[in-house]
Design a protein around this ligand. Sequence first.
Ligand code: ZN
Ligand code: ZN
Ligand code: FE
Length: 760
Amino acid sequence: MTARGRRIEVRGTVQGVGFRPFVYQLARRIGVNGRVRNDSRGVVIDAFGAAGSLDDFIEALEAEAPPAARVRSIDWSAIPFETASGFTIVESASSTEHRVSIPADLATCGDCLREILDPTNRRYRYAFTNCTNCGPRYSIVNGAPYDRARTSMARFVMCPDCQREYDDPLDRRFHAQPNACPVCGPRLVAVTPQRHEIGTSDPIEFAARALRAGFIVALKGLGGFQLACDAMSPGAVQRLRERKRREAKPLAVMVRDLADADRLALLTNEERALLTSVERPIVLARKREVDDDNPLIGLFLPYTPLHHILLRDAGTPLVMTSGNVSDEPMVTRSSEAFERLRNIADVFLVHDREIVTRVDDSVARVIGGSPALLRRARGYVPRAIESGREFAEPVLACGAHLKNTFCIATGSNAYLGPHIGDLETLETLRAYESAIERMKEFVGASPSIVAHDMHPDYFSTRYALAQANARTIAVQHHHAHIVSAMAEHRLDGPVVGVAYDGTGYGTDGTAWGGEILIARYADFERFATFHPIPLAGGDQAVRQPWRVALALLDESFDGEAPLHALPLFRTIERAAIDAVRRMIERNFNSPLARGVGRYFDAFGALFLGMREMRYEGEVAFRWNGIADELESGRYPILIHDGVAPWEIDPRPTLRAAVDDFMRGVAPAVISARFHNTIAEATIEVARAALQSRGEMPVVLSGGCFQNARLAESVLRGFHKVYMNREVPPGDGGIALGQAFVANAVVRSRSSVVSEELVCV
Ligand code: ZN
Ligand code: ZN
Ligand code: FE
């Protein structure tokens, strides 16, 4: 038997997830000698042993990888045999190697869970238990490279037992930076809103009792404060809604395990996998019993020891929502919590481990059989998105306005920052700026190119333009949407890009939002758009969708709209109707908008009788939720192909829907037919684009594709079709697209410059 040597390169997410200790233990088990180290792209192993052992070793590297690892490829080449004795973990030499290795926060692993539930274990009921496979990461780091000294665990000195685990390569806690135990680690206390510490030896048990009694508990979670109450108590939930000033927006529910999730929702296998993934996002799933007109429920499983113990003690599913007042960012500091949440919570469960970076819970949904992220934060950030394209220079992309995220791209990686929220309050703007600064440091890049939306009034645009010593590049909103999905799926372009959303600033200064583009990374052509609707009062019309419905009715029925037959208009004063009509007639503060989202608003407002929108997207969300799943009928719609861009005109759709309504057809059926109509028109126009421009992939993006019914109908229309998965299709994913567009624009400009030089 001859001994051989192999250099094995493992690529993917393999740093900060316990991969090197795993390799070490595997090598010892199989009897392979050598060493393992991190490099800038993953993990490199020099392995020496018998050929058969090496084969087993490589096979097990993939098959048995730690849960949080994502092995994308394993390549090996032969190297000369060395008589290495044993196997060693080589410390990373340079700090740049470390830079990429700040991992995302990971849900409590099964081994740690067993420990905290075992009365004989020294970590029994210990809320800060973690190991190399799980625990806080991104949320507690304040600098790079990632080690304990640069986390908020630095002030806790490990006790001898913890230190021994930390130093032992065979221990699950070998180099687990946040390692802690009840002797040496952070402590929980229960506190009243008047800041009196409650004398109890078991603060979690106390909080659980308060929850069972219907009280509201503010708890310091992983990436910020959360507000919890008994999800099964309508009174408690109502109190939370009132105090938080969140009257209508759905609240996420945390359940202790999959069995409890099953009691509340009808779950597919894909949804179960997503619920139990290490990222533990909130998963939108179908409610088992629909008690209102929202068929979906946001469910998630415990992802910290604190959550696990609390859910078990409480013995009931808990509403678990971010600890903030209406639209402010989630609170992260205890002192701040006592200030801002004192009128909401009855009990505070706080501790002395600082949350360095705010990370909201992520939200995901299964669309077309695969997960799609709707909000990308905890568990995912700062994982890199690798597109296989090189960034010529580091790029900062500032994102859009609502549901903002930013992106920093360098080398071949793009790092999307956490969900920041709507850039509208001072607090949010501060959070945005500090998260950008921190990410620059983690990634080790100072961007020389800054990409931003074309909208001149967005805070993100003004922020971009204020960056000194950087080239700024404006990127059209829908182009960025499409490129975000191209980058994720590593498409070279061109593609037929369908970008449907509420609004985005067009190159002509008007509001776009129903765009079918022929897109490349550097540029695009507008192949088709939607017929525009006037928004009487601008943003006012977005909040009061009856105004959009009225404008569309008047246009569709040539001023002869049967308002008397439509219940929505019985709720609206004559004077208000007349005022809106006058504004539109005189073209006063009534900008034209082409957003597909506005059609959802108009139809939803009309047939559900909703005059106001209580949170962004409410009407469209309900209009989608009500659609009859089995209905396959559709309405007429006009496609004008004699103009450039083509125009999709749903006015005949509205006329037919109103006819249906007056004949007593149920709104659920009208909604289904409306969805079918928009999807069919989209497929038809995209096919026409393919026919005239040749075969290319079809790409869907924009907030409207959070709507699973619409997305799935369009996905079924094509063979080669892609939508966002890793980043949200809504504006939370737009920064990724901006970064790639800016990179392509810089490259194409520099190639133009060099051609000119050649001519000279
Ligand atoms: Zn663990
Ligand atoms: Zn300890
Ligand atoms: Fe958008």
